[in-house]
Design a protein around this ligand. Structure first.
Ligand code: HEC
Ligand code: HEC
Length: 295
């Protein structure tokens, strides 16, 4: 009679439960070993402190990153200032490597090799870029500029930012949620946003997901029955317009049913000059925004 030998042996010497445990154990061991190797390779920058590599990193940075992070990595309208000593997603070499290689999902920060930006840097090139970032990184100031506690009071009180902006779920909705804005933008950009809001309008809600994003343009429509609404554009295509009016009501219009539709690049956010918000107070508000973003 044919006896399935393996089966017999297995059931005799390797009871099923043991076998599974053994296999599981092996898988874990192999998995851990692989993970350790991968992490080892990414722990330390082989080019740390090397000026020549930092220089090579700089040209990579110009080509792939400056578009969002600004020249000199000082930040721009679409990406944070990377010369800040305190990084939101971790300060170590390994953290930087991971952020640059994997991107920050749900934000505009692309992963290495993302098709649109066509980055696809090698491991060496990523380390060179990190050398470059370290070379422009400023020492952490002993005391961060501005008084965040006072900034919070202003934001919710006399400066009335919270009437239009939400932070961590509280506040108005006409302007963008500012919970993570500061940590994703340069300080210069924030100052300009408050002093001259119309110069560069904020990117719309779905910015991260879109290649060409909608801006917070101001729109005024007059409906067929003569009602007028002013607000910000939330979304738009050839036939429809989605907007939020200044009373935070959402509207979806079919364009060909409107009596008129006018858009302007004049922000609905009032420009705050020195009289409405002194430099010192603005610094405090920004300190508050940064403190919130760092959480
Ligand atoms: C399309 C815009 C864009 C491009 C291109 C881009 N970034 Fe970013 N990057 C961002 C944004 C936005 C963030 C902030 C994400 C968030 O909200 O935390 C960010 C975050 C980062 C951070 C984390 C900062 C922190 O505080 O932790 C690093 C480091 C970084 N980027 C490096 C790079 C490098 C290096 C390149 C080029 C290889 C690059 N980025 C290309 C938009 C971009
Ligand atoms: C009347 C409503 C209103 C008030 C009050 C207001 N904002 Fe705004 N804010 C907006 C709108 C609308 C936008 C989007 C258009 C633009 O970029 O100017 C905006 C944009 C911004 C941006 C740019 C965000 C980005 O992602 O680019 C910042 C920063 C900002 N506001 C900060 C403030 C601060 C700080 C205050 C208080 C001193 C304030 N705002 C008061 C309506 C307002």
């Amino acid at each position: 009679m044919y006896m399935p030998r393996t089966n017999f042996r297995r059931s005799k010497f390797w009871p099923r439960r043991w076998r599974l445990r053994f296999l599981f154990g092996c898988a874990v061991a192999v998995g851990c070993a692989a993970a350790t190797v991968a992490l080892r390779a990414q722990d330390k920058n082989p080019f740390a402190g090397n000026a020549k590599d930092a220089k090579l990193g700089e040209s990579q940075f110009r080509a792939n990153c400056a578009f969002c992070h600004g020249l000199g990595a000082r930040g721009g309208g679409r990406g944070p200032d990377l010369s800040r000593a305190q990084k939101r997603h971790g300060n170590s070499d390994a953290d930087l490597f991971r952020t640059i290689n994997e991107g920050v999902p749900g934000t505009a920060m692309p992963h290495n090799g993302a098709t649109q930006q066509g980055v696809g840097m090698t491991e060496e090139e990523i380390w060179q870029v990190i050398s470059y970032i370290r070379s422009v990184q400023v020492k952490a100031p002993a005391q961060p500029a501005g008084n965040a506690a006072h900034g919070k009071e202003l934001f919710n009180g006399s400066a009335a930012c919270s009437t239009c902006h939400m932070i961590q779920g509280k506040g108005g909705r006409l302007g963008p949620d500012l919970s993570t804005t500061a940590s994703a933008r340069s300080t210069d950009y924030l100052v300009e946003s408050v002093r001259s809001p119309s110069r560069r309008l904020a990117q719309g809600i779905s910015e991260a997901m879109k290649e060409f994003s909608q801006e917070y343009e101001t729109v005024t429509v007059v409906t067929a029955d003569g009602t007028k609404f002013t607000g910000v554009v939330l979304n738009e295509d050839h036939f429809t317009l989605q907007m939020m009016d200044t009373r935070e009501q959402l509207h979806l219009f079919e364009k060909d049913k409107l009596r008129s539709l006018e858009k302007s690049r004049e922000s609905l956010m009032p420009a705050h000059d020195q009289k409405t918000l002194s430099d010192k107070d603005l610094e405090d508000v920004i300190a508050y925004l940064l403190a919130v973003g760092a959480q």
